[in-house]
Design a protein around this ligand. Structure first.
Ligand code: FAD
Length: 449
């Protein structure tokens, strides 16, 4: 069997300044002073202790001995989903590349590793992932737990290439679940409700190059008329808009170089080819962004919008994101465009993406090809929270599902009705975690409530 094992040193992990709060902490029993904030700084975790185990055995001991607890990834959620009234168990030290299986075409990694920490290594070995989110700074298990996604009409979210996981159950036992296991579609987008995932095995494919072309000022009428053609014009396409002037400010088209490529020309459905690299928030420096202008590069340096080692997005911000069935994409976008006078004053930028349907029970794309309408907000908590119910009311006719890791205010009863496997998910979570070790105010409100 052609099989390679290689370990990754932790040096790459030290490159990211955002890990600084953890660096004093090696492993149990040392604990890090709290309070600790999420990446955006808009939420202060209430957990009294933060532990950072460095081995699966450490995780098992901790899980068994501690009461209320929650896994903490790279802290990129905007709400309290990763919080616990008592203990957070950071996966930051479970950060190794564990196994590249070239025969099976899989990669096994520690759950806490960030995509940007292994993507280059994977590419060097000749392999790639199918897609990435807008940023590579997030942990694999944390991203999968909330159904984090990139864009692509044919591309599922980041949990869809997960072939198997190793879970430390609330009792401290190790459980391996693969795609054939009946519980797998619940646990993989599990919202942290089932225990601590310690290893993730991902499907990989042969490496590929991508070129990224950006077009500016797409007329909204053209988008409404040609939505599928525009979103299908590349392997992964993102639209950025501030909702003003009946225009989409930027169209980012990411195309694989190993597939047929048409010349998109300078006039793309009325949008004009950009003449320099751009940041989605046009006032910000494009230095933080992946290379554009049609320059081919490896998948991991083109599929995300933001470069590892640079600040993604706007920094001081809030985020919300809403999924609607793709068949309603244009109606949903036009409905929100009517709210531009309320939205614009609180907005940094909006992004529109597509994601293919999947079978994971609590995935917002469960059995539904989806379009997502995302908002990067100014960090004005009160004003943004006042807007969310209005946006959600506009999108309610389309059965809107919010991103689990961002801000939303959808009534839990309505939320549950939009997930056909919701009752099964709750029953299974209670079976795995009868003592409620993984329950927190977020799950109590949105899932158990
Ligand atoms: C700048 C920025 C850009 C973003 N871009 C995108 C984007 O393009 N697409 C998108 O969909 N989202 C995006 N997000 C949202 C974000 O990536 C997700 O919400 C993701 O879940 C964050 O992962 P994390 O590792 O930081 O998880 P955390 O916030 O640390 O945790 C999230 C959840 O995962 C659980 N969890 C974490 N690790 C484990 C584990 N080992 N076992 C069990 N449960 C675990 C936690 O308990 C919690 O419930 C963005 C966020 C930011 C800040």
């Amino acid at each position: 069997m052609k099989r390679k094992k290689f370990l990754q040193t932790s040096s790459v992990l030290l490159a990211g300044g955002m890990l600084a709060p953890y660096m004093a902490c090696k492993s149990e029993p040392e604990t890090v002073p709290v309070p600790l904030k999420n990446w955006a700084g808009n939420y202060t975790y209430q957990a009294k202790n933060l532990r950072s185990p460095s081995s699966v055995q450490d995780v098992q001991t901790m899980v068994k001995n501690l009461g209320r607890q929650k896994a903490l990834g790279s802290r990129h959620c905007f709400n309290d989903i990763a919080d616990s009234p008592e203990n957070q168990i950071s996966t930051v030290l479970l950060n190794q590349i564990l196994d590249l299986n070239e025969e099976q075409k899989t990669l096994t990694v520690g759950a806490g590793i960030r995509y940007g920490d292994f993507a280059m290594e994977l590419d060097k070995k000749g392999y790639a992932l199918h897609n990435l989110a807008s940023l590579p700074h997030i942990s694999v298990a944390g991203a999968c737990a909330t159904g984090t996604h990139g864009s692509g009409m044919q591309l599922g979210n980041l949990a869809t290439p997960v072939r198997s996981i190793e879970l430390v159950t609330p009792q401290g036992d190790i459980l391996n679940l693969d795609r054939q296991h009946p519980d797998f579609p619940a646990v993989v987008v599990g919202l942290g409700a089932f225990g601590i995932i310690t290893k993730v095995t991902l499907d990989i494919e042969d490496t590929y190059q991508v070129r990224q072309d950006v077009f500016q000022e797409l007329p909204l009428t053209a988008l409404a008329e040609h939505f599928d053609a525009i979103m299908g014009s590349g392997y992964s396409v993102s639209l950025f808009t501030n909702w003003l002037d009946q225009k989409v400010s930027q169209v980012w088209v990411k195309r694989r170089m190993d597939r047929p490529i048409d010349d998109l020309g300078h006039d793309f459905y009325g949008a004009i080819a950009a003449t320099r690299n751009l940041h989605p928030i046009v006032e910000m420096t494009a230095e933080n962004c992946t290379e554009q202008m049609g320059v081919p590069g490896p998948w991991y340096l083109r599929l995300p919008h933001f470069k590892m080692g640079f600040m993604p997005s706007g920094g001081e911000e809030l985020q919300s994101e809403y999924y609607v069935p793709r068949v309603h994409a244009v109606d949903a976008i036009l409905a929100l465009e009517k709210m531009k006078d309320q939205i614009y004053p609180e907005l940094l930028i909006s992004e529109i993406r597509t994601i293919a349907a999947d079978e994971n029970w609590m995935s917002p794309c469960y059995q539904q090809d989806s379009v997502t309408i995302h908002f990067t907000w100014k960090q004005h908590d009160k004003e943004v929270r006042a807007l969310l119910p209005m946006i959600e009311a506009e999108l309610a006719p389309y059965g809107v599902r919010p991103h689990w890791g961002k801000l939303f205010s959808v009534n839990p009863e309505d939320l549950h009705k939009r997930y056909p496997r919701y009752p099964d998910f709750v029953a299974l979570a209670k079976k795995y975690d009868p003592e409620g070790k993984y329950r927190n105010p977020y799950l109590d409100l949105n899932i158990y409530g």
